[in-house]
Design a protein. Structure first.
Length: 154
């Protein structure tokens, strides 16, 4: 996922200090996943984390570095088709008061056209938001996008 066009663009904004001091970030996915496509995942203890959220965690480390502390919850909703945790919530803590969240749900009640996957980055100069289509699409049509606004008076 770190090679997604939206993630690469956000990385360039961060690297070139366009965004200033990062204050917080949020990465999220809300979708419905048919886990029956991969029956072997029933044998894996945390399939959502190991085969899906791991890409988000890698991307967060790529953009912001190593956190100093994590607080994670892996939940199994009642309506999940997989008898495992399919919701992941992780809070990342960094030095200098940077905090971020990962909020992944594979149990959305919405139809596919309402699914979302993306990120929000807030800094002391503005915001950066992006859509990561590979996390909600069909694997063929990629429609990533990124937008940012700054209050840079320099």
């Amino acid at each position: 996922m770190r090679y997604s066009p939206a993630i690469r663009a956000a990385g360039l904004l961060i690297k070139n200090n366009v965004l200033g001091n990062i204050l917080e970030f949020n990465f999220f996915t809300k979708r419905k996943t048919d886990w029956s496509t991969w029956p072997w995942l029933e044998k894996i203890k945390y399939p959502e984390l190991w085969y899906y959220s791991i890409h988000y965690i890698d991307t967060i480390r790529y953009l912001f570095g190593e956190p100093i502390k994590l607080n994670a919850k892996l939940l199994k909703p009642l309506r999940s088709s997989l008898n495992k945790s399919t919701r992941t919530y992780i809070n990342f803590e960094y030095p200098d008061s940077l905090n971020g969240n990962l909020n992944i749900s594979h149990d959305s009640i919405f139809k596919s056209e309402k699914w979302v996957a993306g990120f929000e980055i807030e800094d002391d100069r503005g915001t950066c938001t992006g859509r990561i289509s590979s996390m909600i699409g069909d694997g063929k049509n990629f429609k990533d996008h990124i937008s940012f606004s700054t209050n840079n008076s320099n």
